[in-house]
Ligand binder design. Sequence first.
Ligand SMILES: [Zn+2]
Length: 387
Amino acid sequence: MTSFDYFMPTRILFGSGKLDEFTRYLPGKRALLVTSAGGSMKKYGYLDRVCSLLAKAGAEYVVFDRILPNPIKSHVMEGAELARQKGCDFVIGLGGGSSIDSAKSIAVMAVNPGDYWDYISGGSGKGQRIIAAPLPVVAITTTAGTGTEADPWTVVTKEDTNEKIGFGCDQTFPVLSVVDPDLMASVPAHLTAYQGFDALFHSVEGYIANCATPVSDIYALKSIELISRYLPIAVNMGNNKDARAMVALANTLAGFVESTSSCTSEHALEHALSANHPNIPHGAGLIMISLEYFRFFTPYCNDRYIQMSKAMGYGHSAEPSDFIKALADLQRKCGVNELRMSDYGVSSEELPSLVANAQATMGGLFLKDPTPLSDENALGIFQRSYL
Ligand SMILES: [Zn+2]
């Protein structure tokens, strides 16, 4: 019999112009405003806009703008220290997944003792339970990729050991998320593609995971359909507001999938890749291994692959392998079919160590695969993907 546990406690403000409404639901009086080091939030005026909305609502804020594209533990500890010093009672993440994930981790460490890695399960983490409830988190997303605005997960790298590990619990769901597609118009084409594929894989993995539920299936298939239809338009015509909105919706739905099902080992394998090569954007790393990864599972997911092919526009699909064709097709349409690991400095000799890293840090995701993936099979996927 089907059984599941559904918990989705985030208020989501979705739609064009919704940023203007977010101060109606502020969970505190003084925010730590966490954003990227790159300066794009300033450049496009989003930081100023958020600051002036906060001021208008009578809320105070302290800006912490040090976050890297692959966020690191030392910045989590620094941000948490600043939140404590300034007496912040909530945290806002403004930007892409890296800023929002960092906001979640900072919210944990602002009120809990010790080191962030004390609470990480996997790798050299100590796996302790957090003692105090994290500060409330507000997520304002300016990309459509990680789905972090609609899930409890945060991914941070311990930079001295190259361990990139996810963390999350019921209290790390944002209390409030703003998904305003107007804030996404400035994302360049190649990043729009990488982020869109990240969202796609959250849905695809969540759909084939052995813990998928009827609820996650609905979100996953809709998200896969929207990305297939609208991502090529958003990539090739960045100013198309409808396409941006539909990809943003697909990404939020993919966040629901992550909250109700799980990623599979594709994410563990990619984390090993980009933890060792932080110049690889997460979505790009997933794309590099995706065709071989999903080809491996074809015999074990017949009906699920057919359903996904249909969602991707293969209306009369009767062959599970159509899903691989549809995926390759979408990569071509989005101009990301020629990504090469070697262009990012990955050597073929290091592939076995990446498999070991994936197992050591995110081994739990292998348990969600539709059929067990041995180290040998995982290595085969890396080797056949290697260019
Ligand atoms: Zn991801």
